[in-house]
Write a protein that binds this ligand. Structure first.
Ligand SMILES: CC(C)(COP(=O)(O)OP(=O)(O)OC[C@H]1O[C@@H](n2cnc3c(N)ncnc32)[C@H](O)[C@@H]1OP(=O)(O)O)[C@@H](O)C(=O)NCCC(=O)NCCS
Length: 446
């Protein structure tokens, strides 16, 4: 029987290989709140966790339990005091916390243990480890009120978690912590997830958010956060009242956790909308992602090209060469001329390139092979590469920059170039001018 495998499937599968290679053996800490657990779609999230685990990602799941605790308190007709939005956990409330957290914890472990045939969990056999991984201490007294069994993370038992991860277990952590005095403390999922990620020096800390604003339903939510932010950008966003008030308290808290984690050794923090099916896979296995990623430094840089960029540059320019937009260059020529090139790199992927060829006798230079990946145009990247080339040219004593183009004449005119004739080109270039291509010649005095 002949099976016709769609080519998109094959190319899509191949395109995720670099992510699989990068993620294998890395530690991801994933924090999600109690609302998510009661959602019918939670099982899809478990399927995605199974997939990540099967790819060799070392997973630590930290769950919350706020709505379940509230429900249990209501059932017991217990009222709790809050100080600055922090719940005081007295002994009666602690009983409700233990019951709710214990129940959820077992429910998640049960879902992770599924292995039904004809389901994504078939043959999964995930091992789930839990334990006294979180050492806690009392939150203390705020405005004269003792928060009793409300606590905060004091220490994470890194060795115990790591040895479970090394044995191939998914580590499941609840928002309960234990003190050396034998007490139990009610913690927040955010606190536990952040401190765990920091202590484990995790590659990623991932938070799944529920809502952005209190005023709209999740389906109507717009994502006012950019796709990527540095720690500094995150701090200034939180400092801008107008923007910060559009964000739910939950997201503001996640952003504060992200700042802390990225200032410590956690490489990246991701905020993902839990309502999107497969959100975690889309965020992790596509270059654009679907949520917001926070990192210490920007992931984008313009720099001089290196020999190992040749593959990335070719991938970028070959479709443009095929369309006749750029002059064809072979791999060999590119390797020889790589020192002339600059690249715009984003998270290890080449999104743009340009080259500068000096003609020292005339104090002029050619800007060539300026190209931005189709999906990333109109973000000002072309302009940035041009500015970089202009600065490079000026530092080499080049007074005039020229460019030959068949498709982007107006773009260059809008960037200070003016149309001229091939006769104005440096002599060496004139000899190679291809009259059949009929490229427009544009020139700019620096
Ligand atoms: C030309 C090119 C480098 C621009 O890159 P970019 O990152 O999209 O450019 P910017 O974001 O800095 O500028 C975007 C603006 O230029 C305009 N623009 C983009 N391509 C244009 C073109 N070919 N002609 C005229 N204007 C163009 C956009 O409409 C946008 O205008 P707006 O700001 O008014 O909305 C990119 O379109 C490209 O790679 N083209 C194919 C290769 C090419 O022709 N190279 C030049 C020969 S070396």
């Amino acid at each position: 029987m002949h099976i016709n495998i769609p080519t998109e499937f094959v190319s899509w599968f191949r395109s995720v290989t670099p992510y699989i290679n990068t993620f294998r053996g890395k530690v991801f800490v994933i924090g999600f709140n109690g609302e998510m657990i009661t959602d019918a779609k939670f099982v899809h999230f478990i399927h995605d966790i199974n997939l990540l685990a099967s790819l060799g990602v070392r997973l630590v799941l930290v769950h919350g339990a706020r709505p379940q605790i509230q429900l249990r308190l209501d059932e017991s007709q217990l009222k709790t005091q809050t100080v600055m939005d922090i719940r005081v956990t007295d002994p009666a409330a602690l009983q409700c916390v233990k019951e709710s957290v214990g129940r959820i914890h077992h429910e998640i472990a049960a879902l992770l243990s599924m292995g039904l045939p004809n389901s994504p969990m078939a043959n999964a056999a995930i091992k789930v480890s839990s334990g006294n991984f979180v050492i806690a201490c009392p939150y203390g007294v705020i405005h004269g009120v003792d928060l009793l069994h409300t606590g905060k993370v004091r220490k994470i038992n890194v060795q115990a978690i790591t040895s479970n991860l090394e044995q191939g277990s998914v580590v499941l952590i609840s928002p309960l912590g234990y003190s050396p005095t034998g007490e139990i403390f009610n913690l927040t999922m955010e606190n536990v997830a952040t401190e765990t990620a920091i202590a484990l020096r995790a590659e990623k800390l991932i938070f799944l958010w529920d809502t952005l604003t209190q005023h709209t339903s999740p389906a109507e939510e717009k994502m006012p956060l950019p796709r990527e932010m540095t720690v500094e950008e995150t701090k200034s966003l939180l400092g801008e009242k107008k923007i910060a008030t559009q964000l739910s308290e939950e997201v503001q808290l996640f952003l504060q956790c992200a700042i802390k984690a990225c200032e410590m050794p956690v490489a990246r923090v991701h905020l993902i909308n839990r309502h999107t099916d497969g959100a975690i896979l889309q965020e992790l296995f596509t270059h654009h992602g679907i949520g917001t990623m926070i990192s210490k430094e920007t992931l984008q840089a313009i720099r001089k090209a290196r020999i190992d960029d040749v593959g990335g540059i070719l991938k970028l320019i070959e479709p443009l060469e095929a369309e006749g937009i750029l002059v064809r260059r072979g791999r060999e020529l590119l390797e020889i001329e790589i020192d002339r090139f600059i690249v715009l790199e984003h998270d290890g992927i080449i999104l743009g390139c340009a080259a500068l060829y000096p003609f020292s006798e005339e104090n002029s230079g050619e800007l060539a092979c300026l190209a931005i990946h189709r999906d990333y145009r109109n973000f000002g990247h072309g302009n940035r590469l041009l500015k970089y080339i202009e600065a490079q040219a000026a530092s080499q004593g080049i007074h005039t920059l020229f460019v030959l183009t068949t498709h982007a004449m107006h773009w260059f005119i809008e960037h200070g170039f003016s149309v001229t004739t091939p006769a104005d080109l440096p002599k060496a270039k004139q000899n190679f001018y291809n009259y059949q291509r009929r490229s427009k010649v544009l020139i700019k005095h620096l």
